[in-house]
Write a protein that binds this ligand. Structure first.
Ligand SMILES: C[S@@+](CC[C@H](N)C(=O)[O-])C[C@H]1O[C@@H](n2cnc3c(N)ncnc32)[C@H](O)[C@@H]1O
Length: 285
């Protein structure tokens, strides 16, 4: 048999492994996706076939292999100011609301919950700077942005905050490029310290507890729920609701919605699009 092919049994076991490990649900006919993403690792980890590597994975002894497989199977696609409208809504609709709530001794806390290589978290930080520039003195407190992702590779790269020309070309205007980046003159660009200083990154599997993160005012959880099962979506949304401060906001991806999975959020329509707000608890009778 071709050493790069998967038996029905291998495929089904791998589906179970991936869903248990990180919530990702693999459809029935994604054999090509699995083989194309994992074959390279078979050679790197010196297995004689993909099937043998998946056996070792099931036994769970090699933590590095497990991490590398999850890394290979996650889609890290992202861009600056992805879809534009969430960042416009943040600037025009949501930050003014928090800015009015002065004096606030607590920092405004924002979570980018599947932050990939950092573009989303840094775009939020740039939006904060632009809001502060346009509305001097109205958001005087500290702003903290936390980016988390399951993949240690993307978290490391997000922390570094260095991007090549290809990533820079995805969603950044020339003006923002000049304003928020330092040209390293080697084809790479580094995010400026004033944008970086509000942003921290750490590894987090969204299937695990959020208790250590503290509470947030705004959560961006964009373009990741689509990969999960209905139960997992409901579970994540419920725990995100518990992680939001009263009146907090949740941004989802363009094709994602809490409808059918959570009753904790109400839809808020702003001129640029839709965002979700944590509902007020019902008064006790
Ligand atoms: C398509 S990217 C979205 C990035 C960004 N939010 C955006 O909209 O541009 C999805 C990210 O979710 C991460 N991811 C997948 N499963 C995860 C899990 N169980 N816990 C945390 N992050 C996960 C992947 O590593 C990947 O970086």
């Amino acid at each position: 048999m071709d050493q790069t092919l998967l038996t029905k049994n291998d495929y089904e076991n791998f589906q179970k492994f991936l869903e248990t490990a990180c919530g990702i649900v693999l459809g029935e006919n994604k054999h090509y996706l699995v083989t194309s993403r994992l074959n390279r690792l078979t050679t790197e980890f010196s297995f004689s076939s993909l099937s043998e590597m998946l056996d070792a994975l099931q036994q769970g002894r090699d933590k590095v292999l497990r991490e590398r497989v999850i890394d290979a199977m996650t889609t890290n696609e992202t861009s600056w100011f992805r879809d534009k409208y969430p960042f416009e809504m943040l600037k025009n609709g949501i930050l003014p609301e928090f800015a009015k709530a002065k004096p606030n001794p607590n920092p405004l806390r924002i979570w980018s919950a599947a932050s990939s290589t950092g573009q989303e978290a840094y775009s939020i930080s740039m939006t904060i700077s632009e809001f502060q520039l346009a509305n001097p003195g109205t958001l005087p407190g500290r702003v903290e942005i936390l980016g988390t992702d399951i993949s240690s590779t993307v978290v490391k790269s997000a922390r570094e905050g260095k991007y090549d020309e290809l990533s820079m070309a995805r969603g950044l205007s020339e003006e923002r490029k000049r304003r928020y980046f330092i040209d390293n003159k080697d084809g790479g660009w580094s995010i400026r310290p004033e944008i970086k200083q509000r942003v921290r990154f750490s590894e987090l599997n969204l299937m695990n507890s959020y208790a250590l993160l503290g509470k947030f005012d705004i959560i961006f959880c964009r373009n990741v729920l689509i990969y999960f099962s209905s139960e997992m979506k409901a579970d994540i949304l419920q725990r995100m609701a518990q992680t939001l401060n009263p009146g907090g906001y949740l941004f989802l991806g363009g094709s994602e919605s809490p409808t059918g999975y959570s009753r904790d959020f109400e839809m808020v329509r702003l001129p640029e699009g839709v965002v979700y707000r944590l509902k007020k608890p019902l008064p006790k009778l």
